[in-house]
Design a protein around this ligand. Structure first.
Ligand code: GRF
Length: 208
């Protein structure tokens, strides 16, 4: 069974979706460790309540991003983690982590990438006036919020939306999109082809 390392910074509703899916057998993976870079992250409490090992690695304690990433790699490797999931992990990473887990790190972003990368994706969508937005799960590469796309889901943007209501609608589809993507990873159904840039991910449907 695949071993997952989940990196978080906040509430952890997506972590919760992974915990529930792992328990229900929807994904053939087990969460080996949850790592937060913030000690006040509610996600740490969710891990604790689920009996999953959790660590807080405060980035302020390191003098560079590379040193922080090296510590994260050490903790992931010592638990034989196969796949790393950024589930609301609000931190830029360096080649130290990317090379250690090449094409084995996925991120969840609250827009239909490549539209609206970076922070405040829902606000950006509202300001632009798009009528559809959504969420994306992609393989993490050195450029922020890019990399081969594994799964996406769309939601409408309503005239009455503010950032809060739009984010809630996006959150509602994030959970199942992330679980579907992680299920595919754990089953070995994701293939990344980087022979000719840009790299693309192919996701094979589960055999029935
Ligand atoms: C999600 O909206 C995700 O797209 C973004 O951070 C948020 C995390 O939410 N990267 P939660 O902590 O999983 O509730």
């Amino acid at each position: 069974m695949a071993r997952l390392g989940v990196l978080v910074s906040g509430n952890g509703s997506n972590l919760q979706a992974l915990i529930d899916a792992s328990r229900a057998g929807t994904i053939s993976g087990q969460i080996a460790v949850v790592i937060s870079n913030r000690k006040d992250a509610f996600a740490l409490r969710r891990a604790e309540q689920a009996g999953i090992e959790s660590l807080c690695i405060t980035h302020g304690a390191f003098s560079s991003r590379e040193e922080f990433d090296a510590k994260v790699v050490e903790e992931l490797r010592s638990r034989d983690v196969d796949w790393v999931v950024f589930a609301g992990f609000m931190r830029l990473v360096t080649p130290v982590l990317l090379d250690a887990y090449r094409h084995r790190i996925v991120n969840l972003h609250p827009s239909l990438l490549p539209a609206f990368p970076g922070v405040d994706a829902a606000k950006q969508a509202l300001e632009y006036g798009v009528k559809l937005t959504g969420c994306t799960v992609h393989i993490v590469t050195p450029e922020m919020d890019s990399g081969p796309i594994i799964a996406q889901a769309a939601v409408p943007v309503l005239d009455s939306d503010d950032e809060q209501t739009l984010l809630e609608r996006i959150h509602a589809v994030e959970h199942e999109t992330l679980v579907g993507a992680v299920a595919a990873l754990c089953d070995g159904r994701v293939q990344v082809n980087d022979a000719t840039p840009p790299a693309r991910a192919k996701v094979f449907v589960r055999a029935r």
